[in-house]
Design a protein. Structure first.
Length: 397
């Protein structure tokens, strides 16, 4: 990914970016030269002015009109390539070109019919496609009608050229607009990816620190109660606190880097420690058989177990907790089901907290489901994830 980004940045440094405003003098010069090359059709009007076929007044008026036409054309096309003008301003500038082109060609002769080529180019490059499809033929038709007044053969020769160049510039204009839209879409995708990463990090930190800090709090309370009469046991609790703190630090670092994938066996062992420290009688499954279970499914169940045990310890006030892990065969294929049920009060409120919301999102990404609510005696959480293609084999508490 980094190498691709470097290559893209290198390409942008060495090439003029289509649909982007110029960033430096070099890009301004390149774009001016690129657009200036197409001023070749201005040779005929300039030659006509220098030929001396017109009066001094006509020559002066033609020079002013040609200069105005070129200035409006370059302003419209050059600026609209990078930072598009507003629609009313584009229409106004094209209107100026649409007035100057027939006026100069009609009064000064067929040498000025080439101005309609630039009018057609401006329509194709700056107008929306559905408008350009009408404007380009209209400009060509006006050019032909004006040419009938001076040189019908010249007008007939320019008719096809005006149409082709106009529609070709419509394609270029569409390419520029598409490039700008793709650039915006890429920025949007990058923003969404950043938001998703922030959500992942917040979810991981909530699950990691909520569990670890709850365990640290419990063991601190135990150490405080044991300290006067049982200093040895209190010292053991303090040692456990240190171990949990170190592990929490490791988990946070791994979560920040995005490499942490919790294991269900480790979470079952951690649940045993947490429930015992909280004085909750625990019934937990033995070493789980995860043959064929995708890593993403295992990680989702591990997070579910961690969040469920944290809720039991912190909120339920339960004295007993049952954890079951079983495989089931469903119409959608084999699933691995985790059930956590306690005999507590079920928490302080009916609304789903951040933990349950985060679990739902995790399980959904893994293709699983979550059910959480009041059970027969207390709170019950059931998480299901796909278990691969292996046949169902039940294993419980």
């Amino acid at each position: 990914m980094t190498e691709d980004r470097v290559v893209v940045e290198a390409d942008q440094e060495t090439a003029v970016r289509v649909g982007w405003p110029p960033r430096n003098r070099r890009e301004v010069l390149v774009k001016v030269l690129w657009i200036g090359v197409w001023l070749v059709f201005m040779a005929s009007p300039v030659d006509d002015l220098l030929s001396g076929h017109h009066t001094a007044a006509a020559t002066a008026a033609g020079s002013v009109g040609l200069a105005a036409f070129i200035a409006v054309y370059l302003t419209l096309v050059f600026r609209n390539m990078g930072r598009p003008f507003s629609a009313p301003l584009v229409v106004s500038l094209i209107g100026v070109l649409a007035v100057l082109a027939p006026l100069l060609a009609y009064t000064l002769g067929s040498a000025w019919l080439g101005l309609f080529v630039y009018l057609s180019v401006a329509c194709g490059a700056t107008l929306p496609l559905r408008v350009a499809y009408w404007a380009i033929p209209a400009a060509s038709a006006v050019m032909y009608l004006v040419g009938l007044h001076s040189d019908e053969k010249e007008a007939r020769g320019l008719l096809v050229l005006t149409l082709l160049i106009g529609f070709a510039m419509s394609g270029v204009g569409q390419l520029v607009r598409t490039t700008i839209e793709l650039r915006k879409a890429r920025a949007t995708v990058a923003q969404l990816a950043a938001n998703e990463e922030r959500l992942r990090l917040a979810r991981d930190l909530h699950d990691l620190l909520g569990h670890s800090l709850s365990l640290i709090t419990l063991k601190s309370e135990l150490a405080g109660r044991m300290l006067p009469d049982h200093p040895d046991k209190a010292a053991q609790q303090v040692a456990d606190i240190e171990q949990v703190s170190r592990q929490a630090l490791v988990d946070v670092r791994e979560a920040v880097t995005g490499y942490r994938r919790p294991r269900l066996a480790a979470e079952i062992a951690g649940a045993q420690v947490a429930l015992t420290a909280a004085g909750v009688t625990a019934e937990l499954p033995a070493e789980p058989d995860l043959t064929g279970v995708p890593e993403e499914s295992e990680a989702a169940l591990a997070w579910a177990l961690r969040e469920a045990i944290t809720n039991v310890v912190r909120h339920s006030g339960a004295r007993r907790c049952l954890v079951e892990l079983a495989r089931h065969q469903t119409l959608d294929g084999p699933v691995l089901q985790l059930t956590v049920e306690d005999n507590g009060t079920g928490g302080s409120g009916a609304a789903a907290g951040n933990g349950i919301t985060g679990l739902t999102e995790r399980l959904h990404k893994a293709g699983g489901t979550l059910e959480a609510g009041r059970g027969r005696q207390g709170f019950r959480l059931v998480a299901r994830v796909p278990a691969g293609t292996h046949p169902a084999v039940g294993s419980g508490a």
